[in-house]
Design a protein around this ligand. Structure first.
Ligand code: SAH
Length: 365
């Protein structure tokens, strides 16, 4: 723990010190001196829980309980997937606190299991302290195995809580998936960077004629297929068409191909990890949007998202609008969106997720 003073040696606050991170100190508290004990953590936990409790109806059992520094828990993310909690840490400073804090989570949230996920930068320090990524640190997983099943707006999904990306699922796109569902009726849909098929299932439930899920990772596509099949005939029409495409999305979209889609989702991983990646990330978004636009029929819709904290919403929207310009005319913007309320943002860079919906001119078939 670091105690932070101003230049005149006056107490400013307390934070986690991490010599290995560009974020040297992650502030826990600013203001008058406090004692950081279990009661203090309990109160922080209650504040975070109160934002999410009773927010979701029973058809949604996956959400973010704690969103890092935005909830006063810097470098600590806690997601719920049905009966399982996944705790992802981004700084080794938390490790000595696991022993006292894990029982607090058990007592308050009564999960079947708590899984620990660790960011790559802290793996060595964690190993020294006997902690490893993708381990169950309390209780046991249902059936003693991953993936774990949970529901999102009535659709059943699996999340690989031990090895999946982030904590196993991209909960932050929940509301954009609902929008895509509402736009999908009668459309041929291409979901690029599909991961485990989140947008694909919603599009199918919304009445898409056919959905194609494209990803470069075969394990993600296997999971997308399983997710689709476990909802078929229940929440998805029995005859809903779903095709998998294993490809590099940049290359696949750039290759010549017919303009056969009525709705395309572009949801790449963060293209800018650091500030210096910003120009190449913007080029990447531009390239994707330009080529996706070519694959849309008249009257088609492009939903383009970015989760790069390093790229602001204004720049992202501008670059996508330029890429989809037709002569002097900009495409019509149907909507722009950000991140859902279980992913609050308390400083500008924390508003990392943005999405723009654009309509291609022309009459639909
Ligand atoms: N839209 C998804 C989340 C996308 S995560 C959802 O709603 O759940 C980003 C995905 O992009 C990952 O599945 C990753 O495997 C995939 N990916 C990364 N680089 C890629 C590339 N060049 N081409 C295709 N897929 C890629």
């Amino acid at each position: 723990m670091a105690v932070v003073y101003d230049t005149r040696d006056r107490f400013l606050g307390l934070g986690w010190y991490d010599a290995t991170s560009p974020l040297r100190v992650r502030m826990l508290h600013v203001g008058s001196p406090v004692t950081i004990d279990l009661a203090w953590w309990r109160q922080r936990l209650e504040t975070a829980l109160s934002i999410r409790e009773k927010r979701f109806d029973p058809s949604t059992t996956g959400w973010r309980w704690i969103h890092g520094e935005n909830d006063g828990w810097p470098g600590w993310v806690l997601d719920r997937y049905g009966p399982v909690l996944v705790l992802k840490l981004y700084t080794a400073a938390w490790l000595p606190w696991l022993d006292p804090l894990v029982p607090l989570l058990q007592e308050r949230l009564a999960p079947a299991a708590i899984v620990l996920r660790l960011s790559r930068n802290m793996a060595i320090e964690a190993e020294k302290q006997g902690r490893r990524d993708g381990t169950v640190i309390a209780g046991s997983l249902p059936g003693d195995s991953s993936p774990v099943l949970f529901e999102e707006h009535g659709l059943l999904f699996e999340a690989d809580v031990l090895r999946g990306q982030k904590t196993g699922f991209f909960l932050d796109q929940r509301e954009n998936r609902v929008r895509v569902e509402s736009l999908a009726r009668g459309r041929i849909v291409l979901n690029t960077f599909a991961y485990t098929g989140g947008f694909s299932l919603y599009a199918a439930r919304g009445g898409a004629l056919i959905v194609e899920s494209l990803d470069s990772n075969p394990r993600a596509l296997d999971s997308a297929r399983r997710n689709f099949e476990r909802n078929r005939g229940l929440r998805l029409p029995r005859d809903a068409g779903h095709e998998l495409i294993r490809a590099d999305a940049f290359e696949w979209l750039a290759a010549p191909g017919a303009s056969r889609y009525d709705l395309i989702v572009l949801d790449p991983p963060a293209l800018a990890q650091r500030a210096e990646d910003r120009p190449s990330a913007l080029q990447g978004y531009e390239h994707l949007a330009r080529n996706a636009w070519k694959r849309l029929r008249p009257g088609g819709i492009l939903a383009a998202a970015s989760c790069s904290a390093q790229v602001g919403a204004k720049d992202f929207f501008q670059v996508v609008q330029e890429a989809t310009r037709e002569g002097p005319r900009l495409a019509r913007v149907l909507e722009t969106t950000g991140q859902p309320a279980d992913h609050p943002a308390c400083f500008p860079e924390a508003a990392y997720l943005k999405c723009i919906y654009l309509l291609k001119a022309g009459t639909r078939r």
